[in-house]
Design a protein around this ligand. Structure first.
Ligand SMILES: Cc1cc2nc3c(=O)[nH]c(=O)nc-3n(C[C@H](O)[C@H](O)[C@H](O)COP(=O)(O)OP(=O)(O)OC[C@H]3O[C@@H](n4cnc5c(N)ncnc54)[C@H](O)[C@@H]3O)c2cc1C
Ligand code: SF4
Length: 456
């Protein structure tokens, strides 16, 4: 049996930050157990950019953010053990015994404190009960994301998305880049539930219709999905009779919410809230002394940056508790403060920081309003005159176990050049190992050199 001071369950941004902070705070030994074959959590499949704006003051992709978090934890001295699926936690003396499945059988760990950072899972069709048949072609957004971004499997060609949370919006753009036609996004609420920046850059920019107060009222198809029925909803959320219209499609992507994943927590008697989130005190400690919780398993959060910050506090508090010191308190107001829903008509949503200011640009005077800082003015002027984007996508590889390498343009490029670059990247195959930041492809677009680099 291995022993440690602090054991972290889950190697996503929350768990990695907790481990790093516990070690920096002075814990002798800290172990992270991760069930996947690599640490990084959900970030490994989130190949788009938008991560790290607060924590690193940089716009990173998910894999780039994950690599930083892994390196920080390792450099602090935490040990990250992958392919360990934790099945149970038991009280043992003044600490805990944690059991994990490995390829070679069950491994046991003895620890004095635990940080739970097991993330969340998606709500499925079963959770929301859509009437109709049960054909193939219905995916949750995270599964579709994993298939497209990691496994090189295209989910379909004519797509309807139910739910306008960030994962659904990001998948609308991703599937469009991959050649699918996203026919509609249906949202039951009166406003999109994702960030305004994603509504603007992933949906409106591609002319994808987003219908609010609308739901998928029927799924139609025998073997494969053939169509869905969309219906309008009244103010109480009930389908308005006579409003159903059929949309022929082969794929339905469900982005209908996330549920904190806490089966392991329950094995040691951790108290959960009705939404399956962990009920902690302000120090992030659960009702079980010495067991802390952070990140999406505690409460689903919008930004990885806040997850990391919370993970750090959970890790430090675990050490404070072991030493009998006062613990720090988490400010609940901190996260989920960004602008959500439709961007205001005629404005530009500034994407430089998570505030997402809605900036109005007067073309006659060149003045802007709505921006909280000068960077927003520069951004709005650029958007209105010559918009640029970082393209994030994947290219095929023959190296290692993975079929795809996530990549991005080294610098922002003219928005209008993106379709041409995507076309060129379809034929790129990487046949030699690449490190993060290495060039995988370069070309000239509109007279400018464009470099595409690996992000994982
Ligand atoms: C599609 C999508 C897009 C997003 N886009 C953005 C964005 O643009 N910007 C941004 O800042 N944030 C974004 N987020 C949010 C952010 O990525 C998450 O909030 C963050 O990754 C959550 O971190 P976590 O550590 O709590 O959970 P996770 O990243 O889910 O990590 C949990 C880890 O625990 C492991 N685990 C679970 N159970 C066990 C067990 N029993 N034993 C061992 N290991 C276990 C899992 O394998 C996983 O690796 C996005 C999220 C999603 C899903
Ligand atoms: S204007 Fe400034 S504060 Fe507002 S989103 Fe842009 S960078 Fe952030």
């Amino acid at each position: 049996m291995r022993e440690c001071d602090v054991l972290v369950i889950g190697g996503g941004p929350g768990g990695l930050a907790a481990a790093c902070a516990a070690k920096r705070e002075g814990a002798d030994s800290v172990i992270v157990l991760e069930r996947d074959k690599r640490a990084g959590g959900i970030l490994n499949q989130c190949i788009h950019n938008g991560f790290g704006l607060i924590r690193y003051n940089l716009e990173l992709t998910g894999p780039e953010y994950a690599v930083r978090a892994i390196l920080e934890a390792e450099q602090a001295g935490a040990q990250i053990l992958c392919s360990r699926h934790v099945s149970s936690i038991e009280k043992a003396g003044d600490g805990y015994c944690v059991s994990a499945y490995t390829r070679d059988g069950i491994e046991r760990f003895r620890t004095r404190a635990i940080v739970l950072a097991t993330g969340c899972r998606e709500r499925t069709r079963g959770n929301i009960s859509i009437p109709g048949s049960r054909p193939a072609g219905v995916f949750t957004a995270g599964v579709a994301q994993n298939l497209v971004n990691v496994r090189n499997v295209m989910v379909g060609r004519r797509v309807v998305i139910l739910g306008s949370g960030d994962i659904g919006l990001i998948m609308a753009r991703r599937l469009t880049y991959e050649g699918a036609k996203v026919l509609a996004i249906a949202e039951i609420m009166p406003q999109p539930t994702g960030l305004a920046r994603n509504v603007s850059q992933c949906v409106q920019e591609f002319g994808i219709p987003l219908y609010v107060r609308t739901t998928v009222s029927r799924i139609i198809g025998k073997k494969r999905l053939e169509a869905v029925e969309l219906s309008d909803l009244d103010d109480s959320g009930k389908v308005i009779p006579g409003t159903a219209r059929r949309i022929d499609c082969d794929t339905l992507v469900l982005s209908v919410g996330l549920i904190p994943e806490n089966e392991v927590a329950q094995t040691v008697g951790v108290k959960l809230l009705p939404n399956n989130a962990v009920d902690t005190d302000r120090h992030l400690q659960t009702n079980v002394s010495g067991v802390f919780s952070c990140g999406n398993s505690r409460h689903v959060m919008d930004l990885a940056d806040y997850v990391s910050e919370q993970g750090e506090m959970a890790g430090r508090n675990a050490v404070h508790l072991l030493r009998g010191e006062a613990m720090e308190s988490w400010d609940e107001e901190k996260s989920n403060c960004m602008k959500k829903g439709f961007p205001e008509e005629g404005t530009v949503t500034c994407t430089i920081c998570p505030n997402g200011c809605q900036v109005r640009f007067d073309e006659k005077t060149g003045e802007t309003t709505g921006n909280r800082c000068l960077r927003g003015k520069r951004f709005a002027v650029q958007e209105r005159t010559a918009p640029t984007r970082t393209l994030t996508t994947t290219v095929r590889t023959t190296v290692g176990e993975d079929r795809l390498i996530p990549v991005r343009t080294a610098d922002k490029i003219a928005r209008d050049s993106i379709p041409a670059l995507i076309e060129q990247l379809r034929d790129v195959v990487v046949n030699e190992p690449k490190a993060i930041g290495d060039t995988v492809y370069s070309t000239e677009l509109d007279g400018k050199e464009v470099r595409v680099i690996a992000t994982a």
